[in-house]
Design a protein around this ligand. Structure first.
Ligand SMILES: Nc1nc2c(ncn2[C@@H]2O[C@H](COP(=O)(O)OP(=O)(O)OP(=O)(O)O)[C@@H](O)[C@H]2O)c(=O)[nH]1
Ligand SMILES: [Mg+2]
Length: 344
């Protein structure tokens, strides 16, 4: 067993001279549990069982676990026992935490504590890393990640990519007493549903975690949507308010313009009235002046006429006096003596 692409089928082909399909680097390959060619090692018949890897690119971990578990349950019911289990891990993998850790946890739950002594943990792909890095990772694996399993009897072996090396790995478990795996017991003896097995729980926990994560994401998305909606509403409201303000402003300007025009008109009327009054006043003054002038002329004329009349009268009187005087003289001369002549 092991993660997809870790080299399970390659290992099996090498050990058993089988020709099972090997995957490319990217795609998961082995779709279902499959048996390799039986071969003889140290005088014993060996049958290797290849399994699909977890983290399949096309199948879920639940489907893969179901596939493996069903096979294990059936063989157990048929009376077959496993001599042991080989778990393959690439030394070239940077980490054992995360998915790789989860896969191993599932493997352990599938085996159960009691069968760990029949487990060989194989590291391969040593050619992919420098010697120092490989050693450092191996040390980390033995001292941290795989320690609990190793403490309970599991063994750790390097695979060097040769047939000899695969056989050395197999020799580690070949002479074991066959074991019953925890999942076989759970499914067959305890009639548990696969999701209720310990291995299933690992996936369940992950699924629950995933569901929680998705729910949290959904909630976040909903909140964001609500926030966006609120923002949009606010924006619309703001725009409407702005529009209303703009209209009001336009109306105010129009009103002011009207008032300004009305005021102008009133001022024009006032000015016109004022002008009319001024002209009227001017006309009145002129008329008055003309009348006065007229009266003055008339008075002057009258005065002159009176003066002329007085003068005429005076002249007449003077004339009359003169006439009278002459008369008197004439009369006096005739009666008084002396002759004389009147020279006129
Ligand atoms: N360098 C190197 N490459 C390997 C080794 N073992 C396997 N590979 C390569 O890794 C890829 C996957 O190998 P598989 O044997 O198909 O892996 P698997 O574990 O059976 O994969 P699944 O069937 O998908 O679970 C192939 O390209 C192999 O050639 C190895 O020891 N060293
Ligand atoms: Mg395979």
């Amino acid at each position: 067993m092991g993660a997809t692409g870790c080299g399970k089928t390659t290992f099996i082909n090498l050990a058993s001279h089988s020709n099972l399909r090997v995957g490319t680097d990217l795609e998961s390959c082995t779709p279902e549990v499959q048996l390799a060619n039986e071969f003889t090692l140290d005088g014993r018949r060996v049958v290797l069982i290849d399994t699909p890897g977890f983290d399949d690119t096309t199948k879920s971990d639940t489907e893969i676990l179901k596939n493996i578990a069903t096979f294990l349950a059936t063989t157990y019911e048929n009376g077959s026992r496993l001599a042991g289990l080989i778990y393959v891990h690439r030394i070239s993998d940077r980490r054992f935490s995360g998915i790789a850790g989860r896969n191993f946890r599932m493997f352990r739950e599938l085996c159960g504590e009691a069968s760990l002594k029949n487990v060989v943990l194989v590291t391969n792909m040593w050619g992919e890393v420098s010697h120092d890095i490989g050693e450092a990772r191996e040390k980390e694996l033995t001292s941290v990640f795989l320690k609990p399993a190793l403490d309970k009897g599991a063994r750790m072996v390097r695979h060097h990519g040769t047939e000899q090396s695969t056989h050395d790995v197999i020799r580690q478990i070949m002479n074991n007493h066959p074991v019953v795996l925890q999942i076989q017991r759970e499914l067959v003896d305890e009639h548990k549903d696969i999701t209720n097995t310990a291995a299933g729980e690992v996936i369940n926990a992950e699924l629950i975690e995933e569901k929680k994560r998705q729910e949290a994401e959904l909630k976040k998305a909903q909140e964001e949507m609500a926030r966006a909606l609120r923002l949009k509403e606010e924006e619309a409201r703001r725009r409407m308010e702005e529009e209303a303000r703009r209209r009001e402003e336009e109306m105010r300007r129009a009103r002011e313009e009207q008032e300004r025009i009305a005021l102008q008109r009133r001022q024009e009327i006032e000015r016109a009235e004022l002008e009319a009054r001024r002209l009227e006043e001017q006309a009145r003054i002129e008329r008055q002046r003309a009348e006065e002038e007229h009266r003055r002329q008339v008075a002057l004329l009258n005065e002159r006429l009176a003066a002329e009349a007085a003068a005429a009268e005076a002249a007449r009187l003077a004339m009359e006096q003169q006439i009278h005087h002459l008369h008197h003289q004439v009369h006096h001369h005739h009666s008084g003596g002396g002759g004389g002549c009147m020279i006129m």
